[in-house]
Design a binder for this molecule. Sequence first.
Ligand code: NAD
Ligand code: GLY
Length: 360
Amino acid sequence: MAVPVDLGARSYTVYVRSLSAVPSLMKEAGLEPGRCLLVTDENVAAHYRTPLVKGLSDAGWTVRSLVLPPGEETKSASCLHTIYDEALDWGVDRQTPVLALGGGVIGDLAGFAAATLLRGLPLVQLPTSLLAQVDASVGGKTAINHSTGKNLIGAFYQPQFVCADPTTLDTLPMREYTSGMAEVVKHALIKDPPLFARLEDNLVSVMTHKDRAVASSVLEQAVRVKAKVVNADEREKGRRAILNFGHTFAHALERVAGYGAFTHGEAVALGMRAGLYLSHQRHPDSLNRDRLDHVIDAIPVQDDPSAVPFPELYEAMSADKKNQGDTIRFVLLRQLGEAYLTGEVPKQQARHAWNFACSS
Ligand code: NAD
Ligand code: GLY
């Protein structure tokens, strides 16, 4: 399966294919064997580094791998500098591809390193978590976190191609798998009612990764939604912001609770509950809240978010990238499949929405 991302000179393909195809996909993308820098984390390296490096070496590549600690804390300036040091000490040039093998943390971090090293090295995204396969690896957003907030230092930088191997999900911890489902559900809610209906009809098997055929086709459909939104608005001048449904609350929660306390997907699930509450207040006749809540509530959240005080959460929301001046902006739903951005959410309503999300 292959999903095109159409961005003129920056167009590329998202392949849903085995990682063993990577050397030939690199050739197809016009990357000539030489040096390449593989960035991954310890968990992912344990399963996928050796066969990938062997395949690349057999195809004539000289691979340097950099294995970083797993987790959100790795999306930091210090890990970015570790990549810079390794790459520059080794003597990369503008033809040296950076291969990001891992979840969204590695994709965002290695992607930003590729965007900035020598003003841009070719980037290949090899996402191994569900969240990275359906969302983070597609669309060119790369970033590290700052103490002020999530993803505040970054660049739009498109890869040469993406290869998402669905069999890597077999080794993904279940908590990470269900977290990734949050972004799949988000794509369905903002733009794809038929995908939402499929999720609804197969909720248990999809959430437990029991039926591989359904899981693969849901994955592909979710990638298509992402590609469609990015094609229409690569640099988030407008419509792309709808991909942030649930994220105003989510990014603030991740920051206030401490990066890693909630997975990104768990934070998004909670943010979507709050977002749906606000949406339903405005559009009670066009939104069947019970139906939508039922699917969002199927995403488990391990810890109790109510320990996070709302004033701190609200203050953190003020550092969100979508904001304009002092206005905090939220993505809401007008109906299933139709999302919009608004700055008209009074603080008290946001508080009620958050209380609702915490009580579900
Ligand atoms: P992650 O990268 O931390 O991966 C989750 C965990 O799963 C890690 O411990 C990782 O080592 C492990 N893992 C990954 N693949 C595995 C596999 N196949 N087998 C075993 N273990 C595996 O987190 P994530 O949920 O993938 O990504 C979250 C990040 O993505 C956040 O920083 C978020 O901001 C970012 N994000 C970016 C975009 C974007 O458009 N760039 C979109 C959504 C999210
Ligand atoms: N995940 C948000 C975006 O890619 O725009």
